[in-house]
Design a protein around this ligand. Structure first.
Ligand code: C5P
Length: 225
């Protein structure tokens, strides 16, 4: 079976909101609910693991109780970094989950088609993530000075979902913990094991809602501006 995990334990500092950004309203529903609905509408997804802030578990529980048509789910507490949140989520995986997807709860605009394509690629290749070709010229900067300009054709912005065979992801997390490695996505933990992670080209609507202008953009995509 396929389990999808949703790190949702961030603070929302850059959103400038008092509460967790994934609990903010988008088109009349919390962002988290939009995200979970997308995965509930994906035929290949069987189970959802929502990773909420320790103090928000009850609130998230109440919000999800009111939602009809969600796939079976469990809510667990997150940690102080995204990676620690996912690590907690891994402990709550159903025993028969063979494929695990990790998806930022703050990306509610993900397409069902992208979710399905990532799952197919994982079945075939073991590890795959959604990514978009980079539109900007990206600079590597040290102490305020550009030290490198990587060739743009080679650059992709990593998105989520990121999917892996269960053992691949569990081994990568165990090794990262042993090595004290802290990554900003799940793929980086798997890459450093020497495992090939494939990409699925995503559409650029699948933004991570980080700032107030991202929220406005999401409303616009949903046709409300
Ligand atoms: O902070 P950032 O936008 O990179 O977070 C990406 C996702 O990871 C968000 O959905 C956020 O709620 C989650 N997160 C988490 N635990 C943390 C930090 C972030 O689950 N400690």
């Amino acid at each position: 079976m396929v389990a999808a995990m949703f790190p949702a334990a961030g603070s929302g500092r850059r959103m400038g909101a008092k509460k967790n950004k994934v609990l903010l309203s988008l088109d009349g529903k919390p962002i988290l609910v939009h995200t979970l609905r997308k995965f509930s509408n994906s035929p290949s997804v069987d189970f959802l693991v929502v990773i909420a802030g320790e103090n928000e578990i009850d609130e998230v529980g109440r919000i999800l109780e009111d939602e009809a048509d969600l796939k079976p789910y469990k809510i667990v507490a997150g940690g102080s970094e995204r990676q620690y949140s996912v690590e907690n989520g891994l402990k709550a995986l159903p025993d028969d989950a063979e494929i695990v997807l990790v998806h930022d709860a703050a990306r509610p605009l993900v397409a069902v088609d992208t979710i399905e394509k990532v799952i197919s690629a994982v079945r075939e290749k073991g590890a795959a993530i959604a990514a978009v070709p980079e539109k900007n010229t990206v600079k590597v900067v040290e102490n305020g000075i550009i030290v490198d300009t990587p060739k743009r054709e080679k650059l992709y912005a990593a998105q989520t979902p990121q999917g892996f065979k269960r053992d691949v992801l569990l081994n990568a997390y165990e090794k990262a913990r042993k090595d004290g490695f802290l990554g900003t996505d799940d793929s980086s933990l798997v890459e450093r094991m020497g495992f090939s992670v494939h990409i699925v080209i995503d559409d650029d609507k699948n933004i991570k809602l980080t700032t107030p202008s991202d929220l406005k953009m999401a409303e616009a995509y949903l046709g409300h501006l």
